[in-house]
Design a protein around this ligand. Structure first.
Ligand code: COA
Length: 169
């Protein structure tokens, strides 16, 4: 499969903002830590710093936000966290991902996670925590396809949907 993971680049701005808007149907963010009106070049510099562990905001850990690219087309992204903080250890996990609605059910999420696991391991993460909502069948199937072993199903408070915690060794 020609899917590759790479840092976002200066010429990704239009596709990334369009994809970010498209993900709103799922109430999900393509671009983490991006706010309306941010300058794209400054945002890329922040991502670069975050990947290197520099100038981390409060509650942020060293992490890489990577574009998933198929033949030059942005189809999704992954966020690979190289450490866990308290929130990530409970709910966020080491790796998050999404596939833009128009590119789903082609195996892209599975390939994104497969490659993200290689990156996480190359940075010393040996046991990878993955979390998804209990009712997110596609994400659960993706995690299980990539070797995830279910640890717990946590009943969230305040009427929130329960979530599943998996480990991938
Ligand atoms: C979850 C998501 C990443 C899946 O992307 P995708 O590219 O369609 O997934 P894939 O094509 O790789 O399919 C992965 C598995 O999910 C299954 N699947 C895909 N869409 C599904 C759906 N709507 N319902 C049930 N299963 C589904 C596939 O059959 C496959 O399972 P299999 O390997 O057992 O056949 C995508 O739906 C998405 O971006 N959702 C919104 C963001 C999100 O939920 N991210 C994950 C947060 S934990």
């Amino acid at each position: 499969m020609p899917l590759g993971l790479r840092p976002f680049q200066i010429n990704d701005e239009a596709a990334a903002l369009c994809g970010h808007a498209a993900m709103k149907v799922d109430d999900f963010r393509l671009l983490l830590d991006w706010a309306e009106g941010d300058q794209w070049a400054e945002y890329l510099a922040r991502l670069n710093d975050q990947r290197r562990g520099l100038n981390l905001g409060e509650d942020h850990v060293r992490a890489a936000l990577l574009a998933a690219d198929v033949d030059g087309v942005l189809v999704g992204r992954t966020s690979v966290r190289f450490q866990l903080n308290e929130l990530l250890a409970l709910r966020g996990g080491h790796i998050g991902y999404c596939v833009l609605p128009e590119f789903r059910q082609k195996g892209y999420a599975t390939e994104i996670l497969r490659q993200a696991l290689v990156i996480a391991r190359s940075e010393g993460v040996t046991r990878v925590l993955m979390v998804c909502d209990d009712d997110n069948a596609a994400s659960a199937a993706t995690i299980e396809r990539c070797g995830g072993a279910l640890d717990t199903v946590v009943q969230a408070g305040d009427g929130d949907v329960a979530f599943r915690r998996y480990w991938i060794d």
